[in-house]
Design a protein around this ligand. Structure first.
Ligand SMILES: C[S@@+](CC[C@H](N)C(=O)[O-])C[C@H]1O[C@@H](n2cnc3c(N)ncnc32)[C@H](O)[C@@H]1O
Length: 219
């Protein structure tokens, strides 16, 4: 990496050092932007939220669209998953809420018949790529498998929405270097390689983005 990179400039460095990361205080705004970017959801719609955690994103979406017909929450941590389901059912007793305890991208068989027309990913892909360790090349292999899992749980013509935190400008390691977050171009390329079309960044604030892509309708 050359010494003329922007972060080598002391003033640029001081401005960006702790400023780059979007910051937890703005997190509700980023999640709300994903909600606002969704198409209208109603009785016939099926939301699949992967890496659902304790249901933060799914609760926001079902709060905005209380007539949404069916929700499937996928999350490997069974205690988080149970809490997420409890939250959704308490707030929306009429809604069908199914849970699946599973890790994406690990070759585990996916539940048969789960075909959402909206699949959401709330801050899962980039953090898990890093937490798994290994090289960037290893991380990309996992990401590609995880996206294949995501797409196989989506209906033709449906949408995939992801809220992710991108790499900082200085995070530029090559594939043999440790796993890192991706740039917007790299993440968009992965979405396209996975088979999504019309991939678009519908919101960005510094390192926080909402990306969406369409599943081809097969017509
Ligand atoms: C940063 S949290 C985000 C949770 C939730 N989507 C939200 O926005 O609050 C990432 C979640 O991904 C889950 N996770 C970890 N490995 C995963 C995998 N391989 N597939 C799906 N989810 C995974 C974690 O257990 C954690 O709940």
């Amino acid at each position: 990496m050359g010494t003329n990179q922007p972060w080598e400039h002391p003033d640029w460095y001081d401005l960006h050092d702790t400023t780059w990361t979007a910051g937890p205080e703005r997190e509700p705004e980023h999640y709300r932007e994903l909600l606002l970017a969704l198409p209208p959801l109603d009785h016939d719609d099926h939301l699949v939220d992967v890496g659902a955690g304790t249901g933060k994103l799914a609760s926001l979406i079902t709060g905005g669209y209380p007539r949404l017909g069916q929700v499937t929450l996928l999350e490997p941590n069974e205690r988080k998953l149970a809490l997420a389901r409890e939250r959704l059912v308490q707030a929306n007793p009429e809604m069908t809420v199914d849970i699946v305890a599973l890790s994406l991208g690990e070759g585990a068989p996916l539940p048969p018949g789960v075909q959402g027309n909206i699949v959401t990913i709330g801050s899962v892909l980039m953090p898990i790529m890093i937490l798994r360790g290994g090289t960037l090349a290893d991380g990309l292999v996992w990401l590609q498998k995880a996206l294949a899992d995501v797409i196989s749980m989506a209906r033709p013509g449906g949408w995939v929405y992801a809220l992710e935190t991108l790499a900082a400008p200085w995070d530029q390691g090559t594939p043999e270097m440790p796993a890192r977050r991706l740039s917007l171009i790299e993440l968009s390329d992965e979405f396209e390689q996975a088979g999504l079309v019309g991939v678009e960044c519908v919101y960005r604030f510094r390192d926080r983005v909402v990306l969406r892509g369409h599943i081809p309708s097969g017509d």
